[in-house]
Design a protein around this ligand. Structure first.
Ligand SMILES: Nc1ncnc2c1ncn2[C@@H]1O[C@H](COP(=O)(O)OP(=O)(O)OP(=O)(O)O)[C@@H](O)[C@H]1O
Length: 263
């Protein structure tokens, strides 16, 4: 199968993370191994506190594993890097820069300047439908618009992988659905490799090619579910029998882990 031949963009190899807390050692992740292949959109679900963000931070190079390794494009991760773009729940835009300057920021770090940088920035500003707001500052934008800027900024530098930590978690339901649809259409066009954390099983299925279900703490990969719903997908996809079947299956698995947390 063609899917089997795709190269591995990120390899997570037996990662363990122990935090030293006031109450002693706390094992957040234990033996996490996962291959993220080129062009894959992976969504990650699991009960609160199972280590989803910890793992994302380790892939991003914002934190280090206690043992185990992460490789991106075959190179061991040892710090942050422009080849790993991150979008957080809180928009993390530079308040003193306009929309265009925010999107151009990463390009400067990559050595792309002037007209070329502006053209790339405008391409992604158009992609997120903010061309009428290029000279606005973040404080003049709604939450959904700010998150669009953050997504455009992450895409503009053309990273090997986009790491998204509940990027739509702070948005109202309508804006969230709209941004899901835009991200879906963008992925269908660009096929950018994504690792996307969510609490929302519907969101995980509509966006993901694979849903990674993590176990209760200490977090590890409990199961990987292939989302065999063809693209293009739309909001109507949520009504299809296969979607509902997958939703019931994944939801029950996550609920089992939630019950583990409560024990
Ligand atoms: N810097 C830290 N120091 C100590 N403990 C930490 C630290 N960061 C995370 N933890 C703990 O590690 C565990 C995993 O946290 P993490 O934020 O990765 O979980 P999560 O699955 O992303 O949770 P949520 O879904 O609620 O965002 C939690 O028990 C958390 O309290």
């Amino acid at each position: 199968m063609a899917g089997e031949e795709r190269s591995v963009k990120v390899k997570i190899d037996n990662v363990r993370k122990v935090f030293n807390t006031r109450n002693g050692e706390m094992v957040a992740l234990n033996g996490v191994s996962l291959d993220i292949k080129e062009n894959e959109f992976i969504t990650v679900v699991g009960p609160s506190g199972c280590g989803k963000s910890t793992l994302l931070n380790i892939i991003a190079g914002l934190d280090t594993p206690t043992s185990g390794k992460v490789f991106c494009d075959g190179k061991e991760v040892s710090g942050t890097g422009i080849e790993r773009g991150v979008v957080f729940q809180q928009y993390a835009l530079f308040p003193w820069l306009t929309v265009k300057k925010n999107v151009m920021f990463g390009l400067k770090l990559k050595g792309i300047k002037g007209k070329e940088a502006e053209e790339i920035a405008m391409k992604y500003i158009k992609m997120v439908q903010l061309e009428d707001f290029v000279n606005h500052y973040p404080k003049e934008l709604s939450g959904g618009m700010k998150q669009r800027v953050a997504i455009a900024r992450a895409y503009a530098v053309n990273p090997s992988i986009l790491l998204m930590d509940e990027p739509f978690g702070a948005l109202d339901a309508q804006t969230r659905t709209q941004l899901q649809q835009e991200l879906l259409e963008t992925w269908e066009k660009e096929r950018k490799t994504c690792y996307f954390i969510t609490h929302d099983v519907d969101e995980a299925i509509i966006l993901g090619q694979k849903v990674v279900i993590m176990s209760a703490r200490p977090g590890c990969v409990k199961e990987i579910v292939d989302i065999d719903i063809p693209h293009p997908r739309s909001q109507e996809t949520r009504m299809e029998p296969r979607f509902l079947e997958l939703k019931n299956y994944i939801w029950s698995k996550v609920y089992q882990e939630y019950l583990e947390v409560r024990k």
